[in-house]
Design a protein around this ligand. Structure first.
Ligand SMILES: [Zn+2]
Length: 132
């Protein structure tokens, strides 16, 4: 069966979970043919086009690459707040940052937190680093 026909059999994007609140993780996918990993889940591999995507649980911790402060409020998210790009289990994920943000640096390890019913439904918290 071609990859396109296989894709017709997969769950549509809106029905695929992004967060598993009971398991406390983000729900990604990995390609069974080439190993490419992604979050959120996709029907087809963006690298090789395969539909052999299996569900993966992303738990972190995340390693911070870069971050910024946002000065414009969103509904249920008062400004200022911080957003960051982190490498989580081999996948770059953008999310809200909480905790001791004054101590952030490139490479900071941050704990993934998921919470059903909150806005946002997941974020990354600083992990207290041991004194050198
Ligand atoms: Zn692939």
């Amino acid at each position: 069966m071609s990859h396109i026909l296989e894709a017709l059999e997969v769950t549509v994007t809106a029905d695929r979970r992004r967060v598993d609140f009971a398991a406390g993780c983000l729900v990604g996918a990995a390609c069974g043919d080439c190993g490419w990993a992604t979050w959120p889940q996709r029907a087809l591999c963006a690298r090789c086009g395969s539909a052999a995507m299996s569900v993966s649980e992303l738990r972190g911790p995340g390693e911070l690459s870069t971050w910024t402060t946002v000065w414009t409020s969103l509904p249920d998210v008062p400004a200022p707040y911080s957003m960051g790009l982190l490498m989580v289990d081999g996948i770059r994920i953008f999310g809200h940052l909480r905790g001791d943000l004054e101590s952030l640096h490139e490479g900071s390890l941050m704990r993934l937190v998921v919470n059903e019913g909150s806005v946002p439904p997941y974020w990354f918290e600083t992990i207290e680093e041991a004194a050198a």
